[in-house]
Design a binder for this molecule. Sequence first.
Ligand code: 5GP
Ligand code: ZN
Length: 113
Amino acid sequence: MGDCIFCKIIAGDIPSNKVHEDELVYAFRDINPQAPVHILVAPKEHMKDMAECATRADDLAGHIMKVCVKIAENEGLVNGFRLVTNKGEDGRQSVGHLHVHILGGGQLSEKMG
Ligand code: 5GP
Ligand code: ZN
């Protein structure tokens, strides 16, 4: 956790292009966008992935999804969008702090895996 890049972004120690922030989550534009709109939504509290988030008693997972939908609306993604969260090696997770990708702004690849 001490050297987590997303914790540093959320703390403001590494600059980011912020899209949304509330008491629970921080959203920012991906540094290497895979679509015209590519935003990452991460909980402020460090947790490694959605499986860890799903063990919580609260509804943080639901809040993250609701924030994703609101951001997609704000970004004008009226024709659709994709939400993705990678877990672990097979899921090709490269940053070990939970985040959901919002992808949109044009028709996405037919392939997902
Ligand atoms: P993952 O592969 O873990 O699902 O996604 C990690 C994402 O974080 C990648 O899409 C990558 O481009 C993005 N990313 C990695 N480092 C940084 C950074 O320092 N700033 C921003 N804005 N995005 C980052
Ligand atoms: Zn972290």
